[in-house]
Design a protein around this ligand. Structure first.
Ligand SMILES: [Zn+2]
Length: 509
């Protein structure tokens, strides 16, 4: 496949979504998820390692199928969502990525799988800083193509230092592989001499996380409109909703239009899409259900088997957005109200999982939820529990964004607390796959209510069990609340909508 004359393409991955109010993202946390260097990475990616970043495997698969090339793996660091990245570890990422790139020169192109919503304990724009460092090494003429999550908080620096930024178009994100394939297409075009020109507009508008679904609604409409403009002149249109909880000067919805060397078209189309997005901002209003009403609905569901089962989304405690995955508010309310036939997951509490493993299946003990947690939004809860199941916690996703992907949850336990069964895990993760329950032999279709700690990615996995009208988004405290007026913002540029209702915006002239 590779000969000395084939294009040498450097490959890297850095993926972190930083909730500014979550604890620092450490090297250990990356290591627990995905951290690899040099040729080790290539082995992972070619052999479809279950943890390998899907944009990279998509890019590599399409390059392999389409052309002779020489891949030069630099490094990969990936974690879901966490807090700001630890300074020492981010320095290591930059040092490894840039040092290995320098050693690999000359290269014909660089492909990076980025998230785009990282912040650092010191660096405010890690993704932009990384792209700028790479641009400095390869110079202005070597194409840099990168994928971004649609929750990226895009900066001008990121746009200026990449030739094409390719952003996911689905939420839940089921098109990561496809965007990697698209990036490979752009890379080959650039290698053949095409010239990409990008325009970028950032709006003073933070859409709440729960109103960014792409199946239907305002975000689906604007993405579809953007895609209708892709043609022989327009390489890529990306409408980037952004990560509301980043609390950074980069917060805000973004539009990036990349054309084939037509800067006037890129600019006019970018402004057109941004204007449409802005004019539609009032449609992005969350519709949450109070905990009292959710509890009443769950209790009725448990008692009246003729009613359709309900799924309750704990959107404010989504580990996929930096939530702790352990707030007790719904659990406590449902248990205290005597709700029957409920299943809750996945609850992050390593101490509790360990105690269940020590106790064994069938044992009963007094469960102390969050005995090792100090975050005030998590809360404490104690109740008698019975161990109904134990699992080692290495599972393979069955459906949705993690289908076929390895998921590491550490020691898991299924606990019964009165009428609520709780899946407890030892590695923080959002509930994004039915396998997280099914490994215990649970038939989810027989449950009366299911409570998931996830904002929206669960929808791609639970869609066969719960239609949209049977999904209830519950309003409880948590680090990922979509009620933005409750988020203690310090760094977002003001005024910004919806925090400042009368925010004005005019298209750049
Ligand atoms: Zn995302």
């Amino acid at each position: 496949m590779t000969t000395p004359n084939t294009p040498r393409i450097a490959l890297g991955c850095f993926m972190l979504e930083s909730n500014a109010h979550s604890p620092v993202a450490t090297r250990e946390e990356f290591l627990q998820n995905y951290l690899a260097f040099g040729d080790d990475m290539m082995h992972d990616w070619q052999s479809e390692h279950p943890q390998a970043p899907k944009c990279l495997t998509g890019f590599i698969a399409d390059m392999n199928a389409s052309t002779a090339w020489t891949p030069l793996p630099l490094m990969g660091a990936m974690v879901g969502a966490s807090g700001p990245i630890d300074r020492g570890f981010f320095d290591e990422v930059v040092r490894e990525m840039c040092g290995r790139l320098q050693a690999a020169l000359p290269v014909a192109g660089v492909f990076l799988s980025l998230h785009g919503a990282a912040i650092g304990t010191v660096e405010v724009d890690p993704d932009g800083m990384l792209l700028a460092s790479i641009r400095e090494i390869v110079g202005p003429d070597v194409p840099i193509v990168a994928t971004l999550d649609l929750h990226a908080n895009v900066s001008q620096k990121m746009v200026d230092n990449a030739n094409v930024l390719v952003v996911y178009r689905t939420n839940p994100h089921v098109d990561m592989h496809e965007r990697g394939v698209e990036s490979a297409l752009h890379m080959r075009e650039l290698l053949q001499g095409a010239h990409a020109t990008a325009a970028f507009v950032k709006l003073p508008f933070i859409p709440p996380s729960v109103t960014q679904n792409t199946k239907a609604g305002p975000y689906a409409d604007i993405i579809a409109y953007g895609q209708s403009k892709v043609d022989t002149r327009v390489m890529n249109v990306s409408v980037v909703s952004g990560f509301s909880l980043g609390d950074t000067i980069k917060n805000g919805m973004s539009v990036i239009v990349t054309t084939r060397n037509d800067s006037a078209l890129a600019k006019s189309l970018c402004i057109d899409i941004a204007t449409k997005t802005w004019n539609d901002r009032h449609r992005y209003i969350p519709n949450l259900t109070s905990i009292d009403e959710a509890t009443r609905l769950a209790r009725e569901c448990g008692r009246d088997l003729s009613r359709p089962a309900l799924l309750f989304a704990d959107v404010a405690d989504n580990p996929g957005g930096g939530g702790r995955g352990n707030t007790v508010w719904i659990l406590k309310s449902f248990v205290e109200a005597g709700v029957e036939g409920a299943l809750l997951g996945i609850f992050f509490d390593p101490a509790l999982a360990a105690e269940a493993h020590r106790s064994g299946v069938g044992a009963s003990f007094h469960a102390r939820f969050n005995s090792g947690e100090s975050h005030p939004l998590s809360g404490k809860f104690e109740a008698d529990a019975t161990v109904e199941g134990l699992h080692h916690g290495s599972i393979i996703g069955l459906r949705g964004i993690s289908a076929g992907h390895g998921i590491k949850l550490g020691p898991m336990a299924l606990l019964r607390v009165a009428g609520v069964r709780v899946v407890v895990v030892s590695v923080r993760q959002q509930c994004k796959d039915t396998a997280m329950f099914e490994v215990f032999g649970i038939d989810i279709a027989k449950e009366r209510s299911v409570i998931v700690k996830s904002r929206g990615h669960f929808r791609a996995a639970f869609d066969l069990l719960f239609s949209d009208e049977h999904i209830i988004e519950v309003d409880v405290p948590g680090l990922t609340t979509p009620i933005l007026s409750r988020v203690p913002y310090r760094h977002v540029p003001r005024p910004i909508f919806p925090l400042d209702a009368d925010t004005a915006w005019l298209p750049p002239s």
